[in-house]
Each structure stands twice: as C-alpha cells, then as structure tokens.
Design a protein around this ligand. Sequence first.
Ligand code: SAM
Length: 278
Amino acid sequence: THFGFRDIPEEQKETMVGGVFSSVASSYDLMNDSMSLGIHRLWKDSFVSTLVPRLPPSFHSVSNSPSSHPANPKFKCLDVAGGTGDIALRILDRAREKFGNRDVEVEIVDLNEGMLDEGRKRVAKTLYYNTPQIAFTHGNAQSLPSHIADNSIDLYTIAFGIRNCTSLPAVLSEAYRVLKPGGRIGVLEFGKVSNPLLREVYRQYSFQFIPIMGKILAGDADSYQYLVESIERFPSQPEFAQLMRDAGFQTGQMREGKGGAWTDFTFGVATMWTGVKV
Ligand code: SAM
C-alpha cells in the first residue's frame, strides 16, 4: 500500500522507516547507482573532500596499518544514518590515500540492523576490517547512544539520512552536543531544484521513473514512492540552513572563499550544508 506519510503518527514513522530500509538493504547500493545514474558517488566524494580538507599523517607515516603510537590525537568522526558505510569508507580512504593517515576513526550509527549488516559485510572486504578505525552501532540520530560523550567528536556527517528523521531539530541538537567546540557538521541531502524547468523534469523523473525502477530492481515500488515523498517534504536549502543556526551552528565557514551555508550539486538535486560548533 501507498504511504500517506503525513497522516501517520510520529511513533509509527520510525517503525516504517525501519521497514523501508530493511526491505531495500541488500539492494541498496545497486538502487543508489541506478536511481542517481551513479552521480551519488560524485556528490559523496565532494562532500567528504570538503569536510576532510587535510589531515596530518600518522606517526608511522604512509603506514598501511593503524598506528599504535598515540602520537596524533585521533580524528573522531561520527557518520550518522551511515547505512552501508559509503561515507565512512570514503573518509577512511581519503585519510589513508591522500594524507597517509590511519589514525582517523569513524563510528557509524544507524537505526536499521539490515543496513548495518550490509555495511559490516562491505567493511570485511577492506583493510579497515577488525581495526579500531571503524565501528558500527545501532542507534537513533535523535538520541544518540549514551557512550558517545558530549564534546567528543571532530566531524559529524549525515548523508541522505536526516530526511527520514521525525524531528530535524532533535537530530541537530544531538549533533551539536556530541561535537567538540570547533568540530564540524556536514549534512548531505536531496535539495530543491531552483530552475523551474529543471524542477519539472526532475519531478517527472522522481514520480514516474523511480517507483517503476524500484519495482523492477527491488520488487518494491512503495518504499521508493516513500523515498520520493520524503524528498518533497524536506525543507529548502535556506530553511535547513536556518535550522542549523537555530541549533547553534555557525554556517558557511567551511569552504574558503565560499561564504554560503550550502553547496548545491547537480542543480540542487543534492545539497551539502556545512557548519561549525562554536
Ligand atoms: N548514509 C548512507 C548513504 O549515504 O548511502 C545511507 C543513507 S540511507 C538512504 C538512510 C539511512 O538512514 C538508512 O540506513 C536508515 O536506516 C537510516 N535512518 C533513518 N532514520 C534514522 C534515525 N532516526 N537514526 C539513525 N539512522 C536512521
């Protein structure tokens, strides 16, 4: 049946979101690639390179294993709604390949065990497997697991996950709480396409093509119908930037020479918002 999401009580939404992602977990990566024509990879690459502009090398520089020497303070990342590890693995790869850094640690928090399991399977094929560099935790963005302390995180990321959360202010205030002063937040999410003509093309694409593709590839049109609706309901670029400021973040500080609180990708189909905890 079709989800009239607006009319559903808050408590039920979380269970439903769980259901949506359970039914798509195993086909998730294939679906991402087919729905976005592979472009989500480029968005995620830009997102991560903006948020991790540079890092010091590990003590045993260019080492191929995590350094056991506590020479550098660990750079701690929390990738919330991290699902199958797309963002986490990009952060670790960038740190290692570009900066010879194996001291970065990423903890993935996700509400859905199915997604976490897919992520674990994926990480098992990488050289981060069984290292302190990556951890998976079951938990909710709106009230993060209690072992994640206040003022403990250097970088908080949430990619294509926040629109599924029932309270955006709750997510943002949790992010603010766990970040260190000076710590950064990056939110990657579907935005609003501002050009009216392109917006119409995109609307047709989402409402016609995506549920059909969902049916063909995952045998599940409803989950994808829900995803399309959740994109429509999400705030606009300036509205979300305001929510970030309301939570205490300073926005528009991240890209040198670029003052905006957000950066649009592909005409605003996706948008990256960035902020700093002051
Ligand atoms: N970040 C990954 C990526 O970019 O490919 C996964 C995005 S996936 C579209 C959305 C994820 O958000 C799902 O894994 C889902 O389980 C998770 N999620 C939804 N609501 C959540 C919540 N309240 N707290 C934590 N995770 C949540």
